[in-house]
Design a protein around this ligand. Structure first.
Ligand code: SF4
Ligand code: SF4
Length: 311
């Protein structure tokens, strides 16, 4: 299937076309001039619910990591992981994409995350917006019904909100194509077992590094293109293996603009809830009107933009 990454880094559009593109490829298109950083964790803010000391908690990343560790003390069904993307702070550097590829040892053709840039408007009013996208961990995931109709149990909704693939069941092109077609966000990628350095004198060691998707150890060797996760579909899993270790998702901890927030929606003191509360009326969930109930929230200052997506 086509992937967002394959669509090219820049798209130039008129404003009406901008919304049409968003509808077509499932991208959030955030408009509005760059704004000052929002709701950071300061000494005057709420105490972190995790175990971090107050002095460290003044850093958003440390605060969120502390909150994750606090959430891990609860039963899994009492956690509710969400991500917030502040498009006003994203600089389009792609560091999160590189971090994700490295963290998950992703092969050619598989990109759990992409940051396409959208241009729109008419000179001299043209604008360009980088738009981080990934699996939205939908609460009502159409991919799951489509996949399980062919391969029962291949995609499951976890109690903490993460939509998880069972690599041992989600096998082959047919089930992948069905799930990918059902996903409004083009979030699934097929792993055909390829290596970036297969035509070089020696396969580079980093390509054979063990990956830890879904808290398992996945080996990758040449000539074993049918061994999971190769031979099936893959997607973002909110870095479940890192969460279980009390760490933030790799993309969040790498973001140089501090545009990404992650945490437990069930924790009223969490930074993600604080950020959402501070931005009421500026929150967008892509294709929400399709009933998917995505767990990734976008922030924008442009009400017209939000109206365009919900209309
Ligand atoms: Fe499934 Fe797509 Fe939703 Fe992810 S974004 S849960 S792949 S429908
Ligand atoms: Fe990749 Fe993890 Fe970020 Fe998902 S949460 S896009 S798997 S780095």
């Amino acid at each position: 299937m086509d992937t967002m990454a394959e669509e090219g880094p820049v798209v130039t559009l008129a404003r009406r076309e901008l919304f049409e593109l968003g509808a077509a490829v499932g991208l959030a298109l955030i408009a509005g001039a760059p704004q000052p950083a929002i709701a950071s964790a300061t000494a005057s803010g709420p105490e972190p619910s995790g175990s971090m000391p107050k002095s460290q908690a003044q850093d958003d990343l440390l605060r969120m990591q502390g909150e994750i560790r606090g959430a891990l003390k609860k039963p899994v069904e009492e956690r509710s992981w969400i991500m917030v993307v502040d498009g006003r702070k994203c600089v389009g550097c792609q560091a999160c994409v590189v971090a994700c590829v490295a963290e998950n040892v992703l092969p050619p053709g598989v990109t759990y995350r992409s940051v396409p840039e959208i241009e729109y408007g008419t000179y001299p009013e043209g604008r360009r917006y980088p738009m981080p996208t990934q699996c939205m961990q939908c609460d009502k995931p159409p991919c799951m019904a489509a996949a399980n109709a062919i391969a029962p149990g291949s995609i499951a909704k976890r109690a903490d909100g993460i939509v998880a693939i069972d690599y041992t069941r989600f096998r082959g092109r047919a089930v992948f194509e069905a799930a990918a077609k059902a996903c409004p966000y083009r979030a699934l990628y097929y792993d055909d077992g390829a290596f970036y350095t297969k035509d070089t004198p020696a396969l580079q060691p980093y390509e054979k590094t063990v990956s830890h998707d879904y808290n398992r150890q996945w080996l990758r060797e040449p000539g074993q293109a049918s061994d999971p996760p190769a031979g099936g579909g893959r997607k973002c899993h909110f870095c479940l293996h890192r969460l279980n270790a009390g760490l933030l998702p790799a993309c969040v901890s790498t973001c140089i603009g501090r545009a990404l927030y992650f945490g437990d929606k069930n924790d009223p003191q969490s930074l993600v809830n604080e950020v959402l509360a501070a931005n009421k009326g500026k929150i967008l969930r892509i294709r929400e009107n399709q009933g998917t109930e995505p767990r990734v929230y976008y922030l924008t200052d442009d009400p017209e933009f939000i109206a365009g997506f919900h209309g």
